[in-house]
Design a protein around this ligand. Sequence first.
Ligand code: ZN
Length: 648
Amino acid sequence: MKKIGIFLLSSLGLINPSIFGAMSKHIVDYRIQVKLQPETKGLAGRETVTWLNDSLVPVSELQFHLYLNAFKNNRSTFMKESGGAHRGFKVDENDWGYITVKNVRIRDGEDLTSRMEFIQPDDGNPDDQTVMRIPLAAPVGPQERIALEIEFEAKLPRVFARSGFADDFYMAGQWFPKLGVNQDGVWNCHQYHESSEFFADYGVFEVEITVPKGYVVGATGQRTSERDNGDGTASYTHYQEDVHDFAWTACPDFVEFRERFYLEDLPVDSEIILLVHRQHLNQKPRFLDSLKKGLEFYSRNYGPYPYQTVTLVDPPIKAMGAGGMEYPTLFTTMAVWFMPKGLRMPEMVTIHEFGHGYWYGIVGSNEFEEAWLDEGINSYSEMKAMDRYYGHDRSMVDLGPLKISDGDYHRLQFIPIFAWDPIVKNSWEFVSGGSYGSNVYSKAALTLKTLENHLGEEVMARIMRTYYERWKFRHPTTGDFIAVAEEVSGRDLGWFFDQFLKTAGSLDYAVSGIRSREEEEPAGFYGEEFLAPKPDKSGRDKDQDKVYRNEVVVQRKGELFFPQEILVTFEDGEEIREIWDGRDRWRRFIYRRPVKLKSARLDPENKILLDVNFFNNSKVLKPDRASPLKYALGLALKFQEFLTWLSF
Ligand SMILES: [Zn+2]
């Protein structure tokens, strides 16, 4: 109803829909025409970009990302950091990629071409050309706009890291001169790094893409027109407001499927567009089903999906390096035709990459400086969605006796290498891609799940919803997330976030000792009296007279603390639940009972997923057979190698 009303009013010219309907402040406005040249793997482009100075101070230069230059040679910062490999895919040194700005001028004004200059704000590497500055003769005043006309040429690399080509498949991401984010007059415009994704401002994108006829095109936003140019090419125009980037793909071997997705009780009504490569058409039902689950889960738990389209791109096997990547309203997934049903990689990747539409797309997290706000929150969301739809104990792998949950998978990623870095840190300053992945994705996801277990599911759900609602179409920081968590929960959570987000310390509690010793009858000197020991020591005749001194010692082995529950069980079935604030290095509990201890177990409900060693969390007095949990974890560990390559 509402949508129809707006449409009628706008078609009568009564309102300007771009003002009325804007969900974000439109800082940027890009109008781009790009032509794909398949013979050279080149792009020829023209863009008009308008920028609003939304700060209170005049701004006297502009800064742009020229991210295809990450692939220009082997001395770019990305190539140096990565050694030319990304997620197991390697650069082809015969097929570099680059972008050249041929001409830039102020619309109807000064030619700025000679003013362009490469800068390297992060590492000073003179060979890196991924950021460009353009000093302006006259500054842009507060709330003023400047419009530039830019002509550029690009060549796509053979794809191994997100963007590029393979045969006649093309994935154009980070392909045009894109402005950085100006914050209070200062540009936030980082170089292209191995470990980091992206950050940009919201606005309007209208892009006309020209490709050989017969290519199937997918792109950010809605298609507003298409035409046959009569010269063997066709052009497709896409338009989207309230996004901060634009990506497109083209390939003659995509098969396109479209389906409406709507929810009756929420204002969600979008078109699902699947571009499935012919090689794995048999995976289409899995893509469609998991994308619907993602749309439903995120809409219900965080906020209704606000865009008219969502496009899933399934790259061919030769272009797997383009897989598992998010862009506004469009993402790439990953599958091969022989993927068994019980291995839920296509589902996990689909839900994860769709989910980025929320925590990178709609909430504009700065992935350079605080990547966990996207990857971590999104991995937590993915974990909850996977558990919800595929079973909490088998959401990732369900192959006969082998069952691995998404949470197990994140623990396997987290434990071996987390201790090198804290979660909150500049993305390019982690010791390795492994430490970045372990912390920013998995440890962050487990941190949020541990917080959920600590505060309760309902409180955590309100935190996430409030955070989304308050920060959508804006650029929050870690401090903003913490402020929402404290406000909604009504608790001081500084102790929690300071430890788990901001230090690399480890959390590990153990039951270090458990024993039951029979108390003896008094013997020795008691005042004036000497009591001789009884011949059978205990001096008692029958079992029921015995008294045991039962001791449990629990230990904090890691540097960090977390409140602990300890479940103490006795031979007669009695259970005692102890609470310990967990701050001292150890704590002893003593119980006098006519029976012995059976076991002591820390964190009996397994709430504290940040504890790096579950195996020392319990002790039984008489060694038992291996518990089913240990068996499952043991099996899971064997698959760790195999699972490592699934990390996105
Ligand atoms: Zn991700």
